[in-house]
Design a protein around this ligand. Structure first.
Ligand SMILES: CC(C)(COP(=O)(O)OP(=O)(O)OC[C@H]1O[C@@H](n2cnc3c(N)ncnc32)[C@H](O)[C@@H]1OP(=O)(O)O)[C@@H](O)C(=O)NCCC(=O)NCCS
Length: 228
């Protein structure tokens, strides 16, 4: 069995001097329309600095990945709402310190450094933040970049079930499931233009069992797509 190479990184909260690297990296991953701008990154920093993370290479000091979050009151949204709703058009102006849900708005790793454990390190930091703030859960919309290639022979629900069962591999959702997330729904037209995902996203949840009541845990189980 071949072992994948692990990157030596540490994770810390984002600083203004990291913005250029984040902007540049986002252009390597997304179309220009979905790339991050300095104004957006400044807005996140102003509203919720604790929720913004970068992974730094121990060897070179470079920024090699990032994760961005905000807090929302889930009651203000519907499960089928899109990325613009959940992030106030990428500005996080809807950040609500009184909410109980940490919303994962972004995670990406430099294309040359993916598959080396950096995404997992960023997710750990986010889960630690959720625990530290005593929030109930993390939710996010997971892109489904493997869907376009099979869309002519599978509907989106079948695809997501295949990925959950481990019979299909999705570059994003397989990673999120590996981090302990469960799928609670599928949103249409979540993030556009995301042609690889055909604009679909899996709505995913990670429950903070340190604060969830037995009733909240039972209710969460009923929502999971793989339990119905
Ligand atoms: C999704 C993403 C953030 C994952 O980050 P990453 O650093 O590549 O992920 P990791 O190396 O920490 O991998 C975590 C798990 O995912 C799976 N995985 C990730 N890359 C893999 C690869 N190339 N081959 C096989 N499995 C892989 C493995 O199960 C791995 O578990 P392990 O570490 O126990 O072996 C990254 O691939 C990325 O930036 N993708 C593009 C942007 C994107 O779609 N972001 C999500 C927005 S919703």
């Amino acid at each position: 069995m071949t072992r994948r190479k692990r990157a030596k990184v540490f994770v810390r909260t984002t600083r203004p001097e990291d913005f250029s690297a984040i902007e540049e990296m986002s252009r390597l991953i997304y179309d220009e329309q979905l790339a991050w701008s300095r104004e957006e990154l400044e807005s996140h920093q102003r509203l919720f600095p604790e929720g913004q993370f970068v992974a730094i290479s121990r060897k070179t000091g470079e920024v090699v990945g990032t994760a961005m979050s905000l807090i929302v009151s889930w009651e203000d949204y519907d499960i089928g709402d899109d990325y613009i709703d959940f992030t106030a058009d990428s500005t996080f102006r809807n950040h609500d310190p009184n909410g109980r849900t940490l919303y994962g708005a972004e995670v990406f790793v430099h294309p040359n450094r993916q598959g080396m454990g950096i995404g997992s390190a960023l997710y750990n930091a986010r889960q630690e933040l959720c625990k530290r703030l005593g929030l109930l859960r993390i939710r996010a919309g997971a892109r489904l970049p493997g869907y376009d290639a099979v869309a002519d022979r599978m509907n989106i629900y079948d695809y997501v079930r295949e990925v959950i069962a481990g019979r299909a591999y999705d570059p994003t959702l397989s990673f999120q499931l590996r981090q302990g997330f469960r799928v609670i729904g599928i949103a249409e037209g979540y993030l556009a233009p995301d042609l690889e995902s055909r604009n679909y996203a899996a709505v995913i949840e990670w429950l903070n069992t340190r604060v969830a009541t037995e009733q909240e845990i039972a209710q969460a189980r009923e929502r999971y797509l793989d339990s119905v």
